[in-house]
Design a protein around this ligand. Sequence first.
Ligand code: ADP
Ligand code: MG
Length: 207
Amino acid sequence: MSEITLEAVNLTKKFDRKIIFENLSFRLTEGSSAAITGRNGSGKSTLIKIIANLLSQTSGSLKLQLNGSNTKKEHLFRHIGFVSPYLNLYDEFSGYENLKLVADIRGGGHENVDTVLKRVGLFERRNDMLKIYSSGMKQRLKIAFSIMHNPDILLLDEPTSNLDTEGIGVVDKIAEEYKKDRILIIATNDEHEKSLCSIEINLNKNV
Ligand SMILES: Nc1ncnc2c1ncn2[C@@H]1O[C@H](COP(=O)(O)OP(=O)(O)O)[C@@H](O)[C@H]1O
Ligand SMILES: [Mg+2]
């Protein structure tokens, strides 16, 4: 088991001069789960993207330590899994090909592709092009992307949106697994998604 620490100190994000959140500090270690909550536009997705290293903060520090060593920014993608409404998929490729492509970009093998497709219930539809996937099927594929490389931190932005009861069950199981000995972070206002997390980081109080 790895020691995982994600620490934010005085994290501040501005878009132009508009403060989205200010001086946000938190520390999460393996076995913890946090819900990032707050009204629409409070910065939940922005914070998730900063943690995923897809956006940078205006000031403050964010560190990921694995077994006591800091992770270099350029290696973060190996350790972080990310599901978000902003993630782009390729409509002209099948679900299977989309996953293989991401595995190639990450520099990993393809051995997990079938396993994750089965896990999210898409194995039977793996060869269909994405353009005929329903929104719930696309959401399931995004979840498959996020766990394919066995990340240490799983970041989920409104993960159960568009999912049916069975799909929500898939998210629940994955959430249970990741919060056991890794770090799980969910950006949400949904009561069920919040209930999967043990602490709450509320962005309303922040500005
Ligand atoms: N690229 C951007 N440029 C300027 N403003 C942005 C950008 N992305 C998000 N925002 C603004 O930042 C605020 C927070 O957005 P977001 O993080 O998506 O909120 P939430 O996920 O909590 O609904 C909103 O006011 C949004 O308009
Ligand atoms: Mg959002």
